[in-house]
Design a protein around this ligand. Structure first.
Ligand code: DC
Length: 225
């Protein structure tokens, strides 16, 4: 099994990169964030309180989450139900971030992530603990980074495209706060694995980041890709 693990702070472009790489390499995209979101959706539907750690852990131990390919798109299944859209609401985003702090929940999700990966020849795993906790033996580890200022500018641009104006300073503040929270949480804080390749992509386009990382993959994986 070949695993490319992609880690890094919020807003660095991990998801876009991972999705694109998986498609080009013909690997499965293991979107660990989507898995925490699917768990949050299941908890919400079951009426489990966000602070009920024992019941959340129990749910995580028994949940059935899978990925399938539909045409050119990967979908997330909870049991037999396609929840790809339902997990993207602000309410579920917030719940996912709250329930993903519990160690029992994380242990169960990590086990599920490894089991899903074991069914595939090649996986691109994306998420903030994929290089450090989930796949410490990954074939290639990428830590995708960009300065808080660059990430705030990108976020502002994204929002503008949706017709939403938010002051730059406010977005920068949010990013700095989220970075501090992510780096200081007790279980699986965001940190750079010692054997990760740090890709600092300030001023790069998505395409430049992709081309650069694809080259790293080809160098590391050789004839496998
Ligand atoms: O990347 P995302 O926004 O889809 O992630 C959803 C939530 O799950 C987010 O609050 C971070 C959390 N998460 C996590 O704790 N560990 C991961 N490996 C992936 C996501």
């Amino acid at each position: 099994m070949t695993v490319i693990a992609i880690d890094g702070p919020a807003g660095s472009g991990k998801s876009t990169l991972a999705k694109h790489l998986a498609r080009v390499l013909g690997f499965v995209f293991l979107d660990t964030g989507a898995m925490y979101r699917a768990l949050a959706l299941a908890a919400h539907r079951a009426g489990i309180a966000p602070d009920d750690e024992p019941r959340l852990t129990e749910l995580a131990q028994h949940i059935e989450i899978r990925f399938t390919i539909d045409g050119d798109e990967q979908r997330v299944l909870l049991g037999e139900e396609d929840v790809s859209e339902a997990i993207r609401t602000p309410e579920i985003s917030d719940l996912a971030s709250r329930i993903s702090v519990y160690s029992g929940v994380r242990r169960a999700m990590v086990a599920l992530q490894r089991a899903l990966a074991a069914q595939s020849e090649g996986v691109v795993a994306e998420g903030r603990d994929t290089t450090t906790v989930v796949f410490p033996e990954a074939t290639l580890k990428i830590y995708l980074d960009a300065s808080p200022q660059e990430r705030a500018r990108r976020r502002q641009h994204q929002l503008q495209q949706q017709g939403i104006e938010v002051p730059y300073e406010q977005l920068l503040q949010q990013i700095l706060e989220r970075d501090t929270r992510d780096a200081s949480r007790p279980d699986s804080p965001l940190r750079i694995a010692p054997d990760a390749v740090v890709v600092q992509n300030d001023g790069w386009t998505k395409e430049q980041t992709f081309e650069y990382v694809l080259k790293l993959c080809r160098e590391r994986l050789g004839e496998k890709v």
